[in-house]
Ligand binder design. Structure first.
Ligand SMILES: [Zn+2]
Length: 112
C-alpha cells in the first residue's frame, strides 16, 4: 500500500507549513489527487488519521479533490481522458500521446 508513504510525506509538509504560518491546530485539509496516482481515497483518509495522531493536525478533516487523467494526442491534437492507464487516442488510435493532467498530489490549502 503506497498510500502510507505518500501520506507520511504530505503530513510532513503540512506540519511544516502550519509551523511557518504559526497556526496551533489544523481543522481541514484540501488535497489534490490525480487519478494517475492510483490512490484509494479511503486508504488515504485512514493513513492521514494515523499520521496526524498526536500532532496539531489530529482530527483534521481530509477533503480529497480528484483530478481526472487527461492526455493530449500528437496524432490528431485532441485531448482525451485516460481511463485505467489506457494510453491510446480514442479518435485516431495513436499511441503518441502525453499526459497533461492527472499526476497531481499536493496540499491545495488548509483551514486552521
Ligand atoms: Zn488522436
Amino acid at each position: 500500500m503506497h498510500e502510507a508513504a505518500l501520506t507520511q510525506g504530505l503530513v510532513k509538509i503540512l506540519l511544516r507549513e502550519a509551523e511557518r504560518h504559526q497556526v496551533s491546530s489544523i481543522k481541514r485539509v484540501w488535497l489534490k489527487v490525480g487519478r494517475m496516482k492510483a490512490v484509494e481515497p479511503q486508504a488515504l483518509v485512514f493513513c492521514f488519521g494515523a499520521f496526524t495522531e498526536g500532532t496539531l493536525a489530529e482530527g483534521a478533516e481530509l477533503i480529497i479533490d480528484p483530478v481526472p487523467a487527461v492526455a493530449t494526442c500528437h496524432g490528431c491534437g485532441g485531448d482525451f481522458e485516460v481511463i485505467k492507464f489506457h494510453f491510446q487516442c480514442p479518435r485516431c488510435q495513436s499511441r503518441d500521446v502525453v499526459l497533461i493532467q492527472g499526476d497531481e498530489l499536493y496540499i491545495e490549502s488548509f483551514d486552521a
